[in-house]
Design a protein around this ligand. Structure first.
Ligand code: LLP
Length: 432
């Protein structure tokens, strides 16, 4: 199976992190997000040890919390010694509520509002990752008002194509994110940042994209960024002390996706960067990686109950479930592929090809296409959609007034609720 935390029990049920998923569906109801705490921690440790080794202790790992943001996840990150990337006052507030040390938070986004900036300074967010000159000016003004110097990294676009979905490709020159090196806007913003009394420029950031499998991408990005650092040292006398290479390592949604050896990748990026920095005559800065998806994606799955099974002779079969694009927008948005299995019937022949559809009033509301399920699949069966730990709960909506599923964590053979299920009451709680 696509991740080691999956197995089949003697009763033919799918087990996740050692527990019977059919029992969990009965206990908590469906749709249900499950997360495997041990797997999340294991992924953090893989990154932390690889980065420490690759950069001789001079590296950091930031969890990109947009992948899955709720209190418990920040607690886990804090316990594991991870830093975090936050992109809104909402994510910052959640981290604060979880007791996360905000000195280790990096505040991203391409358009921080004045109130975001003020709030982030109120709670002591350690680093701002600044996208453009307007934002830099606003941060400087607020910092000066407070009589502080805000630590800042500048987000640059290195002009690298990571060959991923267009919607999550962010490192190209015409991207909405960052200041481009090619157009010299990167140099301009660096010059500006160095002249502002409220800003302490500490380094640079880039993020080339997401669901990236080509490890060469990080090598190329680091070449461009180290080259820029050397240029800024020579031209402006500024030597960056932090270089954040962003997130992006891909995960396995289906058997067709390769498995990335994160450790080997980071070690080779580290070796390459040391050599490059030496050649350019600069000190290797503290190097940050910012993974989101690869920390939580395969630590998650979604359980659904089958409703209608519709066969359209000569055309296709639809298996509709009690979830939808409201809990999984990724297929509708990106055409992202998924693996869906019959959680209560894992040993049966998968002799029916079908489309797994959601329950929203929208033809594009599909969970997965080209899925092979047993032809006996009928109302009441339990399906598992795998690899849903990243960008599912965090991208969920209430479209069609559907209640968001709970997030149930599995840890050491036990379960606990990390996020409760929404109810019609909570749904209407803000209606006046
Ligand atoms: N750092 C920055 C600045 C980012 O913009 C992102 C993701 C990450 C780190 C984490 O990237 P990851 O390791 O998770 O690939 N909703 C889309 C993904 C959008 C990613 C946005 N930025 C999806 O569901 O595929």
């Amino acid at each position: 199976m696509i991740c080691e935390n999956l197995s089949v029990l003697p009763n033919g049920h799918l087990a996740f992190a050692g527990l019977d998923t059919v029992d969990l569906a009965a206990q908590y109801g469906t749709p249900l997000y499950l997360m495997d705490e041990a797997r999340i921690r294991e992924r953090c440790r893989t990154y932390l040890t690889a980065v420490a080794e690759a950069f001789d202790g001079n590296g950091k790992v930031l969890y990109a919390s947009k992948a899955a943001s709720f209190k418990r996840i920040y607690e886990i990150m804090q316990e594991e010694g991870m830093c975090t990337d936050v992109v809104s006052s909402g994510e910052i507030f959640t981290a604060v509520k979880a007791g996360f040390d905000l000195g280790n938070a990096y505040f991203h986004s391409n358009n921080k509002t004045d109130s975001d900036i003020a709030y982030a300074m109120d709670v002591g967010v350690g680093y701002f990752v600044v996208d453009n000159i307007e934002e830099l000016t606003a941060i400087d003004a607020e910092a000066q008002r407070r009589g502080i110097k805000q630590k800042v990294l500048l987000r640059l676009t290195p002009g690298i194509d990571p060959h991923t979905y267009a919607a999550i490709n962010t490192g190209m020159v015409d991207s909405k994110f960052g200041s481009a090196i090619e157009t010299r806007q990167a140099e301009e913003i660096t010059r500006d940042a160095l002249g502002l009394a409220g800003i302490e420029l500490v380094g640079f950031h880039c993020h080339v994209g997401s669901q990236v499998f080509d490890s060469d991408v990080y090598i190329r990005a680091s070449d461009v960024m180290l080259g820029f650092i050397a240029e800024m040292k020579n031209r402006l006398g500024f030597e960056a002390s932090i270089l954040d290479l962003g997130g992006g390592y891909g995960v396995r949604y289906t058997e067709a996706d390769p498995e990335i050896d994160i450790r080997a990748n980071i070690l080779s990026v580290g070796a390459h960067m040391k050599e490059t920095a030496g050649r350019l005559g600069i000190n290797l800065p503290t190097v940050c990686f910012e993974p989101g998806r690869s920390i939580v994606a395969d630590a998650g799955m979604t359980l659904y109950t089958v409703g209608t099974v519709k066969r359209i002779p000569g055309y296709k079969n639809y298996v509709s479930v009690d979830g939808s694009m409201a809990d999984n927008i990724r297929h509708a948005l990106y055409g992202a592929p998924y693996t869906v299995v019959a959680a209560d019937n894992m040993n049966a022949a998968t002799d029916m090809e079908c489309t797994v559809a959601g329950r929203c009033c929208e033809s594009g509301d599909l969970i997965a296409e080209g899925v092979a399920l047993p032809s006996s699949t009928k109302r009441g069966n339990i399906l598992a959609c795998l690899t849903t730990g990243a960008y599912h709960y965090s991208m969920a909506s209430n479209y069609n007034r559907l209640c968001k599923p709970p997030v149930v964590m599995i840890n050491n053979g036990d379960t606990y609720v990390a996020v409760k299920r929404e109810t019609p009451e909570t749904l209407t709680s803000l209606d006046v």
